[in-house]
Design a protein around this ligand. Structure first.
Ligand code: NCD
Length: 309
């Protein structure tokens, strides 16, 4: 495993190994005696987070993960405005430039589908060794978010098989839900319920993939039926910046909707939330979206150890 481009690339065995490593890193991190050594693990390795789109969690989570392992981090924010992209430089030339500076890892977020894959082709062509991590490519994928989402489910519910998973929000344009569905499809006895406004239904390609692999899913606009049988509820915002029109379907989860959910279940969200989960829900023990961020730190540390060591 070198470049991280899409969640289909992971085998179940690789996921299990990654999550075991994340558990181990979490333990070491919480033990003051062991934590010191962690900071030496990737000393001398260099990471470039290059983000063309806004980010709070993904960028800072990668920076924190790299920092805790002793990597050096050099970045450019708002790459579309502050890198030479603003002067008309192509993604290809930017990627080639970055790779020539010999980082070990490039973490790339870009508004175009397939941007990270294009960067990899160039890096290979010119014989550079940087590993590229897709941190979100437009309406495409966000594989490391899906890795931490799965790890969260494992930590919260203790299993990744036999799950009824409800995925809600902008399923057409949200890249996190695309990566999540592909990744969960690798586990046994997974049933999906998709709930979204009619114009923002799950991408056709993903539904075809589920059909081909015999994985059951249904689509609904009924909140009660979507929430009541779910072990995992994964909620997302409407991606207004990606052209999602205003919709009339109210997908807000508040205390009333939480009462419909099973006692033993969890509510995840990649964040940022806008108004689709009310803040009153935050204190519900099933609301796992802030714990999700902490779990994500250890998943990204594990990932960096695997690809940069
Ligand atoms: C998501 C993204 O950028 O795709 N955020 C994240 O990385 N946690 C979700 C979103 O923007 O809605």
């Amino acid at each position: 495993m070198k470049h991280i481009l899409r969640s289909q690339q992971f085998s179940r065995a690789q996921l299990e190994e990654l999550f075991a490593e994340a558990n181990q890193l979490n333990k070491m991190f919480d033990d003051p005696a062991l934590r010191v050594g962690l900071g030496q693990s990737l000393r001398g390795k260099v990471m470039f987070p290059i983000f063309w789109e806004p980010s709070t969690r993904t960028r800072m989570s990668f920076c924190a993960a790299a920092g805790h392992l002793g990597m050096s981090i050099y970045w450019t924010d708002a790459a579309g405005r502050y890198s030479s992209a603003a002067k008309g430089e192509t993604l290809e030339d930017t990627a080639r430039t970055l790779a020539a500076l010999r980082p070990h890892v490039i973490v790339l977020r870009h508004p175009e589908n397939g941007a990270a894959a294009r960067a990899v082709r160039l890096i290979k062509q010119f014989g550079h060794e940087a590993a590229v991590i897709n941190a979100g490519d437009g309406k495409g994928q966000h594989p490391t978010q899906a890795l931490l989402d799965l790890y969260t489910i494992q930590r919260e519910l203790g299993r990744l098989d036999n799950l009824s998973v409800t995925v809600g929000g902008d399923l057409l344009n949200g890249r996190t839900v695309h990566s999540l569905v592909y990744l969960l499809a690798k586990f046994k006895n997974i049933k999906f319920t998709f709930i979204s406004p009619k114009n923002l239904r799950m991408k056709k390609g993903i539904k075809n993939y589920l059909q081909r692999h015999g994985i059951p899913f249904r689509e609904t606009t009924n909140m009660y039926s979507a929430l009541r049988s779910a072990d995992v509820v994964y909620w997302t915002r409407i991606q207004k910046e990606r052209g999602s029109e205003n919709t009339t379907l109210d997908l807000t989860i508040g205390p009333r909707q939480m009462r419909w959910m099973k006692k033993k279940s969890c509510l995840l969200h990649p964040l940022p939330r806008v108004d689709e989960i009310s803040t009153e829900v935050d204190k519900d023990p099933r609301a796992a979206y802030f714990r999700q961020i902490e779990y994500g730190l250890f998943v990204r540390m594990a990932l960096l150890k695997q690809i940069a060591a």
